[in-house]
Design a protein around this ligand. Structure first.
Ligand code: GLA
Length: 400
């Protein structure tokens, strides 16, 4: 039998203690406090957020922590317990798009954008992060990073206390788009900052409204399979999908694909207008049908209909695989193996091209499904996947 690796949620007290020790070693003294922001899985509604559509993510119990100390001199120092040395050590106005690059850009971008509002001198901080959202797993470790620092700065920098949660989300999205160079929508940052404990969050990306949705299936849980096929949104594929959707909306004379209903996809005029957009018809079909699936899934949850929830998840996967073409061998294998072992539904989650799959599984068959997925990976000669339980958890905030 194959052993499985489960990634447990972090223990706040242990993380805070570790951050305190490392902060003293690196920067001397103590932080003003420790803040944390969650990663996420999206139950359904994939590649809809940047099309003004619907999605239904939940905040994980796995979070990124930031120990932060305000300093009055406009200087920024950044470090991570997962990396050696300082990621940035310079003035706040020295932060530019993609410079510093890599993981530091998500964090430094937030500081630079908040400095537009509060002034660079007031935004000087020492920051040490401890990321407990698996990296590169499509679970939004990057949004957890930017959001943990954004909520911290709101608390410690004079003049930022009146920033609302929705504004803070915008700051984090801008940091990711402009400073990290990833053209993502706002789903990940929204759920990280605005989640409601023990609920999913229905996001209407057209206007940013959120509605908490209760998890009504106590006998089922969402099992996360981190395929460990590495995933990056800063590469060209994500941006290419987004560009196709924008070209399709423009060809149809719409402000976003949200304006299309399911019936429109077959409409001869719509079909004719999309002829000039490579893959336009398939990409549009995914977005339109996915929006409908989100609302159907919310209705199925309200009716406590696990079978319908699962069927919608699996239909979403097929649409992402065949029409949107963002799945990959590892994700398809995880989905097929989970379904073969009795999962009620399964799909890739997040941007795709690697990262994680999720499965709706009866609590009494979680182990069986995990064993089946791990065995399928071993037989295929793939790196062993990791497993997590997706427990709808609380939003970003202060821990200590
Ligand atoms: C990534 C992005 C999100 C969203 C998903 C796909 O997670 O950050 O904005 O577009 O991909 O649904």
């Amino acid at each position: 039998m194959t052993d499985q690796t489960w990634v447990a949620p972090p223990d706040d007290a242990e993380v805070v203690a570790g951050l305190g020790r490392s902060f003293a070693d690196l920067f001397g003294g103590k932080p003003d406090g420790v803040w944390a922001a969650p990663g996420r899985v999206n139950l359904i509604g994939e590649h809809t957020d940047y099309n003004g559509g619907w999605c239904l993510p939940l905040a994980l119990a796995h979070r990124t922590y930031a120990a932060v100390r305000h300093r009055g001199d406009g200087h920024l120092r950044v470090a991570s317990r997962q990396m050696s040395g300082l990621g940035y050590d310079g003035p706040v106005p020295g932060v530019r798009p993609r410079d510093p690059g890599g993981w530091v850009a998500y964090l430094a971008g937030v500081v630079a954008i908040l400095a537009e509002r509060a002034g660079p001198d007031r935004c000087g901080v020492d920051v040490l992060v401890d990321g407990r959202v698996p990296l590169g797993a499509g679970l939004s470790s990057s949004a957890a990073l930017s959001c943990s620092v954004a909520v911290a700065l709101r608390d410690v920098v004079p003049g930022l206390a009146d920033l609302g949660d929705a504004e803070l989300v915008d700051v984090c999205v801008r940091a990711e788009n402009a400073y990290a160079g990833a053209a993502t929508g706002g789903m990940d940052q929204t759920v990280s900052v605005r989640a409601v404990d023990e609920h999913l969050l229905l996001l209407d990306a057209r206007d940013g409204t959120v509605t908490p949705v209760a998890w009504t299936l106590p006998e089922h849980e969402v099992l996360v399979v981190d395929t460990r096929a590495s995933h990056s949104l800063a590469d060209g594929q994500y941006a290419a999908r987004r560009a196709t959707c924008e070209a399709a909306a423009a060809a149809l004379g719409l402000s976003s694909l949200r304006e299309l209903g399911p019936g429109n996809v077959q409409d001869p005029e719509v079909v004719a207008r999309l002829v000039g957009v490579p893959h336009g018809r398939e990409r549009v079909r995914h977005v339109v049908t996915e929006n409908e699936r989100v609302l159907d899934l919310v209705a199925a949850l309200r009716e406590r209909d696990a079978r319908a929830v699962g069927a919608l998840m699996t239909a979403s996967h097929l649409s992402l695989r065949d029409d949107y073409e963002v799945s990959c061998h590892e994700l398809d294998l995880a989905v097929d193996a989970a379904l073969g072992a009795g999962a009620v539904g399964a799909r890739m989650t997040g941007g795709g091209f690697g990262g994680s799959a999720i499965a709706l599984v009866r609590r009494d068959s979680v182990d069986r499904v995990a064993v089946a997925v791990a065995s399928a990976f071993a037989e295929a000669g793939l790196t062993a996947p990791h497993f997590l339980s997706a427990v709808p958890s609380r939003p970003a905030g202060r821990v200590r």
